[in-house]
Design a protein around this ligand. Structure first.
Ligand SMILES: *[C@@H]1O[C@H](CO)[C@@H](O)[C@H](O)[C@H]1NC(C)=O
Length: 470
């Protein structure tokens, strides 16, 4: 990623580019022939191909570019445009250019020129006051350059470090530490906001937790060529000519290409993850090698210990083996080595697990793999849908659901048959998230019927390229 410049557009194509585009088209034809072998044909394939072509031509442009007009200092600041705005229902974002001075110790960004002062919490969960309790508020303050400053205008501190690349300020507070929130609240929004800079961006992290940054450092290294700064504890006054405070949210674990600065998607995010962790499989396909164990489709069961546990995990695994799966069981927790777990998930063709943060590992699944979300008892379809079902399509993952029924949940042992917990889950939902969470998420274990589960796994097998090549 080093030494690359930002995106640029509108330049006349050169002959060299045409050759490259021609090669790309040929490559895409070959690719689509290969893909049509492995995928059940959908219009999604075409979209994927077009996007690949677009990316490739952007790359081609870039290699012949000498200047990125967008990032140059000569940018004219439009003072009528608000610096801070609601970049989505989940996020506020401030974007400023000019003379920018970041004083991290006081969570202040001084900007010249700018009309008014702003406040922002740079964490993509603005609808959630509980999460925001753990996020420091930042001030964006105007100042006048040079003599004649009005009394009310803060005197900006002198720069102690000058930087020629843009800065992105985001928070490591909120719900970070839960894998789902790590990705949906921070990593994906940071990707959305920073990928356009191709590494030439300085991350300034507020409420930084070093164990957390270290956990995901390989991802951050793909997005920024610079050391991450613990900005709250920073003694420097860091100066920039462009700053973004608060990464932009699009949707749960997702990227909306029509809103992304250069049209990129969650498929590009998955590519960043593969590059970060050295993941080999872009797509689920059986190994060509006759003797390789990967000729068998691999099933990864995501195990949980403290709640929503599979009580018959071993028997589930044995049954899956009898269907021809190479079965692995993994339990990701706070201390899991992300790279190691990412490689395990990437080696899987089917991932099966009960609704929970562990399923966020779907970001490492190869295209064409199957995710089976086991939905605990209690009318939780809407939760299953918003968290993992909806993101799966753009991740090019086949999605299946296994709904836990009354005779498969330990709740039926804890409550009499006519109790509202069993008879009327929505009456519990109405009591609020805490009630729902306590009953259906924290106090429930599950024991899927092996016969029903077998049907689901056979259906999953049919979706895999393995079943088409044998
Ligand atoms: C940073 O840049 C400003 C303006 O060009 C200059 O006056 C100042 O001396 C520089 N400071 C450092 C520490 O390089």
């Amino acid at each position: 990623m080093k030494s690359q410049r930002g995106y640029s557009r509108g330049e006349p194509r050169r002959a060299g580019n045409l050759v490259i585009i021609g090669c790309m088209l040929l490559f895409l034809c070959v690719l689509s022939i290969i893909k049509s072998r492995f995928f059940t044909g959908t219009t999604g394939d075409m979209k994927f191909a077009v996007e690949s072509l677009k990316m490739a031509t952007d790359d081609a442009d870039e290699s012949t570019e000498t200047e990125d007009a967008d990032a140059s200092n000569s940018h004219v600041v439009d003072l009528s445009k608000p610096v801070c705005y609601e970049s989505s229902r989940r996020s506020d974002t401030c974007e400023a250019r000019g003379d920018i001075r970041v004083h991290g110790a006081s969570q202040t960004v001084y900007v010249y020129p700018m009309q008014q002062e702003w406040k922002i919490k740079p964490y993509a969960r603005k609808h959630d006051p509980f999460a925001l309790d753990y996020v420091k508020q930042w001030s964006i303050k105007p100042f006048f350059s040079g003599a004649g400053s009005a009394a009310a205008t803060p005197t900006p501190p002198e720069c102690t470090v000058n930087s020629s690349v843009p800065a992105l300020v985001f928070s490591n507070g909120g719900f970070t530490g839960n894998l789902f929130h790590d990705y949906t609240d921070v990593l994906v929004p940071v990707f959305i906001t920073s990928y356009q800079f191709r590494g030439e961006v300085q991350f300034l992290v507020s409420s930084l937790k070093s164990w957390w940054v270290n956990k995901f450092i390989l991802i951050f290294k793909q997005l920024s060529n610079y050391e991450i700064i613990d900005v709250d504890g920073d003694r420097e006054v860091r100066c920039f000519d462009r700053v973004i405070v608060g990464p932009t949210f699009h949707k749960e674990l997702g990227v909306d290409p029509s809103k992304a600065p250069s049209g990129y998607s969650v498929v590009d995010f998955k590519k960043v993850l593969r590059d970060a962790f050295g993941l080999e499989r872009a797509a689920a396909a059986p190994s060509e090698d006759k003797w390789d164990v990967r000729r068998k489709p691999r099933l990864l069961i995501i195990s949980r210990k403290n709640s929503r546990t599979f009580l018959n995990e071993q028997r589930m695994a044995d049954m899956a083996s009898s269907l021809g799966f190479d079965v692995r069981v993994g339990e990701p927790d706070m201390n899991t080595d992300v790279a190691k777990f990412a490689r395990l998930v990437n080696s899987a063709d089917v991932m099966l697990g009960v609704h929970g943060a562990g399923l966020t590992n779907m970001v490492f699944l190869p295209a064409g793999a199957v995710l089976i979300q086991v939905v605990p008892y209690g009318g939780l379809e809407w939760l299953a849908k918003a968290t993992f079902k909806e993101p799966s399509e753009e991740m090019e993952i086949h999605y299946m659901e296994y709904m836990i029924q009354l005779d498969e949940t330990t709740l039926s042992e804890q409550y009499p048959p006519d109790h509202p917990v069993l008879k009327d889950p929505y009456s519990i939902h109405k009591q609020g998230w805490d009630a729902l969470k306590t009953v259906y998420l924290d106090k429930q274990n599950v024991k899927p019927h092996l016969g029903r589960l077998k049907n689901s796994l056979m259906e999953a097998l049919q979706l895999l390229p393995h079943s088409k090549t044998q």
